[in-house]
Design a protein around this ligand. Sequence first.
Ligand SMILES: O=C(O)CCC(=O)C(=O)O
Length: 333
Amino acid sequence: MMHKFNTILIFCYVTALWTVHKVASIRRNVKSDADIVPGWLGSDFQPPYHIPGKMKVLDAEARIFLYENFVSDDECDHIINISQNHMSRSGVVDGKSGGSEVSEIRTSAGVFLERGQDEVVKAIEERIAAWTLMPVGNGEGLQVLKYNPSQKYEAHWDYFFHKEGIANGGNRYATVLTYLSDTEEGGETVFPNIPAPGGQNDPSFSECARYNLAAKPKKGTAILFHSIKPSGELERRSLHAACPVIKGVKWSMPKWIHVGHYAMGSETPELIEQSPQAVPKTPSHDGCEDSNDLCDVWAASGECVRNAAFMVGTRARPGTCIQSCNKCEFLKS
Ligand SMILES: O=C(O)CCC(=O)C(=O)O
């Protein structure tokens, strides 16, 4: 067991280092402690806390992990308390302009916290840095999200396709998503490009999450997934969605982590040089293929919803991008 855990840690460590070197030639000046992962630059690795939970590998190839009890109940309650009076409707990034807009793709409410806003936030951010081996300074502020029944976030990638998206800290490298509450029914985080182990999850998963890799909201549990592969390519398997909440309320807390330092407040964004990143297509199954090379770019910018007739079409007349819009079921009789 210990041996397996050590192997996973070494694997994460090596791939994190490799990715940082491969993806970005980062001319990063270490400006503060926020830019140093514990153990880097010759310091001894002495985590300032004990993470009491246990980690499971959800998908080794796509590097998706789940950590139970990553955040304590008291910490979850504290984060909800400092956030709940500041929530507003969540936005999505417009793939063409880079601006934020309200969309039916994402119907939760949310708020961004400051990096290091208080001692609890700081402790969680340091824990995330120790787990991901990415400096605190590479992370955007923690985001706190609340989903009421029927609220959701449709399938999307966290990485960007537009210039503006990568101007601050380069592209997003990984996401740590922590659940701050249990949810009675629905609200799972599902990865539509990865089948469920054994083809199907148990019936306690909602229909939206039944046939693909998914995690249920459980207070204190965190999932880590990677938007960029060790090769530098964007990781299509990181496509994910927040299923509609069916019963109860869901609180979650994403931390988006970039390949380089993410400037906040009065900091000046640094240029991160990145090699062009190809987005390899997942092999088509059952003849389910997009008819245009730009389908995944359009899908990531919300066109499956905004432009459904063209992108998705109908079962009788499938659209141009059924693979990227996850509508391969149209081809099944
Ligand atoms: O809340 C969730 O389950 C997913 C949130 C998410 O996908 C995001 O904020 O990028």
